[in-house]
Structures are given as C-alpha cells and as structure tokens.
Ligand binder design. Sequence first.
Ligand SMILES: Cc1cc2nc3c(=O)[nH]c(=O)nc-3n(C[C@H](O)[C@H](O)[C@H](O)COP(=O)(O)OP(=O)(O)OC[C@H]3O[C@@H](n4cnc5c(N)ncnc54)[C@H](O)[C@@H]3O)c2cc1C
Ligand code: FES
Length: 267
Amino acid sequence: MAVNEKCTIKTHEDAAPGYRMLVLAAPQIAAAATPGQFVHVKIPSLEDSALRRPFSIFDADAAAGTVTVLYKMVGRGTAALAKELPGAALEVIGPLGFGFPVTCDGVPLLVGGGYGVAPLYFLAKRLLAQGVAEKPILFVGGRTKGDLLEVERFRALGMEVRTATNDGSEGVKGFVTEPLDDALIALREQGKKFEFFTCGPDGLLKAVSQRAVGTGSKGWISMDRHMICGVGACFACVQKLRKANGEEWNARCCVNGPVFKAEEIVW
Ligand SMILES: Cc1cc2nc3c(=O)[nH]c(=O)nc-3n(C[C@H](O)[C@H](O)[C@H](O)COP(=O)(O)OP(=O)(O)OC[C@H]3O[C@@H](n4cnc5c(N)ncnc54)[C@H](O)[C@@H]3O)c2cc1C
Ligand code: FES
C-alpha cells in the first residue's frame, strides 16, 4: 500500500549530462515497491509544491531502506529537484500504480528509450532474483550515446545489452527496434518464446506493442502520461484501452497502470 513518507536524500549525483540519480532513505516505500511502480515527489522549493512529479522506481533496496530514482531535467520541477542536496527532506508518496509482472515465459526482452530504462533496472534485478529460466536482454535506444543510461549496471547483472542511437554515436545507427528485430528473428529460429517489457517514448511503446501482438507474445507496456494527482482523482492521465469484447474504456495510468498489456492499448 502507498504511504506518504518523509524521506531524506542520501545521495544526489549526475548520472549523465542532463540526468540525475537520486537515492532516498525511504524504508516504507522500499519495503513495498515492485518493478514498474512509481513515486510521486513533492518538490519543496516550487511555489506550487502541492503538485508532485512522478518518477519510476529505478531501484528499491528493502534491506538498506533506500529508493533510487533516475531522472532527466526537462522543466521547472526537475530543475528545482536537481538543486536539493543530501540530507534534505522530501515528501514522497509511493509505491504507486500497477507495475510489471516479475515472471516470464521465455526470454524477457527489456526495451527502453532514454529514461525509460529506469523501471527496467529494478525489473531486471527482480527477474534474476526470481531465477527466471532465461536471462533478460536489454535493448536500449536514445538520440545520442549520452542518452544510453546506466548500461554498465545492467551489464554488471550479467545481462546482454544491445544499443542503438539515432546519430550512430553508439551501437546500431537508427532505432532500437532494429537490434530488437534481429533478436526476434534469431529467437524464433531457435524456437524460443519471449515476452516484452518496455518503457520510453510513445513511438517506441507502440512499436514494441505491435511486435508483441504480431508475434503472439506477451507485451507489458509502461505508459508515460502527464499526471497531476497520481491517485486516480483528476483524470489527467487517461489512456484508452480495449477489453477482450471490443469495448473501449478510459483507464487512468496512475491507478490502473502505468503498465498495461500490449493488446489492450488503443493507440
Ligand atoms: C509513471 C511515470 C513515471 C515516470 N518516470 C520517470 C523517470 O523515471 N525519470 C524521468 O526523468 N521522468 C519520468 N517521468 C516523467 C516526469 O514525471 C516528468 O519529466 C516530470 O514530471 C517533468 O516535470 P518538470 O516540472 O521538470 O517539467 P514541466 O515543466 O512540467 O514540463 C517540461 C516538459 O516536460 C514535459 N513533460 C511533463 N511531464 C511529462 C511526462 N510525464 N512525460 C513526458 N513529458 C513530460 C512537458 O510537456 C514539457 O514539455 C515519469 C512520468 C510518469 C507518468
Ligand atoms: S494523475 Fe490524477 S487521475 Fe491519474
């Protein structure tokens, strides 16, 4: 269950140009968090500090009582958050939402774009801790190599990492779907099953959803929608979904997601 926890910043450092890694002492949230869930952070120095900002849980360590967030500085809220120093107090609600399953039938294909790798690291750790039969593979894309975040941490888990950048500065030149498609061909030739777990920009989520549906595999899609309340009250984060009987309905990403099944999403 989500709590409103008064947390303390343990460390707060640059992760890459334009990105920060925030480690919070947040024992209650750390104990309850599962991969794909998010925290809603109140940023003290903003005048409208009642409006929180949502961030995926990059990592949660129940034993250490810490929750880690990896974020990109994009606007007022994240710029103000970036200035908060270790020792500062932050009010954080979490863990919120429904995340990824931590089981997989076949090879877990984790596909991230930019800060979309954030929930995939926690997921990779949990899948490996569960002893999944096949090691997860990470496919990560960005505009340039500076957007390929924390890949060494994934490699340190013993995972294979395949990269793509739009400008060709690292990995395949183009979209991350290119190395993904190569892997799908190889896995199908080997007669292996796989499931997709993805987070990133909408174009990537849609492309991965199409591949999940097209290959008859499961796809778990983490939607990034603008949020205000984070708890289901304001309907700012609506995403249209389709039930098995064809009926469409408006899901709220904060309480019904952010992770949805690929075949449910109406693009
Ligand atoms: C469930 C969820 C998990 C998220 N996880 C992460 C994460 O792990 N790391 C991370 O860096 N960011 C994450 N985000 C996005 C993050 O919440 C926004 O970037 C942040 O709220 C922007 O705040 P701001 O005040 O700096 O920007 P604002 O000044 O509010 O906006 C600056 C720009 O960012 C755009 N923006 C605002 N919110 C979003 C959003 N949700 N998605 C895309 N663009 C947005 C605005 O349209 C505008 O162009 C997540 C969002 C959701 C909904
Ligand atoms: S953010 Fe208010 S309903 Fe989801």
